[in-house]
Design a protein around this ligand. Structure first.
Ligand SMILES: Nc1ncnc2c1ncn2[C@@H]1O[C@H](COP(=O)(O)OP(=O)(O)OP(=O)(O)O)[C@@H](O)[C@H]1O
Ligand SMILES: [Mg+2]
Length: 243
């Protein structure tokens, strides 16, 4: 048994799309306070796993637990209330609202008072270096700035677990730095993350432990360094199908 109690326990979940077994009996423990890496080649099932953790998709089989609570089949909005929040591979912000209003709306949806909303939004805007663009429509922000804004929206109320799907993809290096610093700072304060990324240097830097999927199954888990050196993992990245 793990020394650190898992905050999320994924118990043998599966998902099939037509004839495609996208996720095949995947079990993952996310230890409290960890940044757990989830890696694997394109199409290996990472986003589908996240979709089942955040309630976007219902597993065909298996269960997901938050602490002792079985949360399988709960809606995304209920899961946000319970403290599971996620960032999407494709950024979701309200493009016609200003950056700051996006944060205020997220805070309001999470039940913060008006003054709490403003206080936290101002703090996050500074922390995420978005002051220069805070009154612009979110649609006018760069891809990286939109990602930073989405981070802010997820952290208006710090979640129990933050699920991050490729937050660094196509983001300017300066903003990547802001983002990884944000993750490190929150981790220091005990925040738990599940981080999906194709960026191995960042996975190595941020994640002590990782899980690697290939073709819907977990093929390696443990210390990130060992996972990345694992022959089957290397083979999956070199030999798998590319799309
Ligand atoms: N809604 C869907 N309907 C049908 N097939 C899907 C759906 N979502 C994912 N798939 C398929 O399931 C498999 C796993 O996809 P998934 O998006 O989970 O992979 P991934 O590991 O996140 O890949 P990437 O690294 O490219 O983001 C793929 O074969 C994909 O085409
Ligand atoms: Mg994906």
């Amino acid at each position: 048994m793990n020394m650190i109690h898992p905050i999320i326990k994924v118990d043998s979940i599966s998902k099939r799309f037509g004839g495609n077994q996208a996720v095949d009996h995947v079990s993952i423990d996310i230890p409290q306070g960890s940044i757990l890496g989830l890696i694997g080649p394109n199409g290996s099932g990472k986003t589908t796993v996240l979709n089942m953790l955040s309630g976007e998709l219902l597993p065909d089989e298996g269960a997901v637990f938050l602490g002792d609570l079985n949360i399988t089949g709960e809606s995304p909005s209920r899961l946000v209330q319970l403290g599971i929040t996620r960032m999407f591979q494709m950024t979701k912000v309200f493009v016609r609202l200003s950056a700051i209003d996006n944060l205020l709306i997220a805070g309001q949806a999470l039940g913060l008072s008006k003054s709490e909303c403003h206080e936290r939004a101002d703090m996050l805007i500074k922390e995420l270096t978005l002051q220069p663009v805070q009154y612009l429509d979110a649609g006018q922000l760069s891809g990286g700035q939109k990602k930073l804004l989405e981070f802010g929206m997820c952290f208006m109320v710090p979640p129990k677990v933050a699920l991050l799907d490729e937050p660094f993809a196509a983001v300017h290096p300066v903003m990547r730095q802001t983002m990884s610093q944000f993750i490190k700072d929150r981790h220091q304060k005990g925040q738990t993350f599940l981080l999906v990324s194709h960026d191995m240097p960042i996975i190595k830097e941020l994640c002590e432990e990782s899980v690697c999927m290939n073709a819907g199954k977990i093929i390696a888990k443990g210390k990130t360094k060992d996972v990345l050196d694992n022959a089957e993992v290397i083979e999956a990245y070199l030999g798998g199908d590319h799309d």
